[in-house]
Design a protein. Structure first.
Length: 61
């Protein structure tokens, strides 16, 4: 997890988006490790659902 956040440029930590960007970068890292097999696709769907929910909460929907 630590390595993922080290990839982010400094300004993102000041904004509220470091969590969301961290999620996406972590997902890309895991997807790369797993390859593009069935497990990867399942992970994509689950993460997309989580991010959509988090986005709605973030914008007060």
């Amino acid at each position: 997890m630590q390595q993922v956040f080290e990839v982010l440029p400094e300004p993102y930590f000041a904004s509220g988006y470091n969590f969301w960007l961290g999620e996406v970068l972590l997902f890309l890292k895991v997807f790369e490790l797993m390859g593009n097999g069935h497990m990867g696709l399942t992970f994509v769907v689950r993460l997309e659902h989580r991010l959509n929910h988090a986005f709605d909460v973030f914008h007060g929907r």
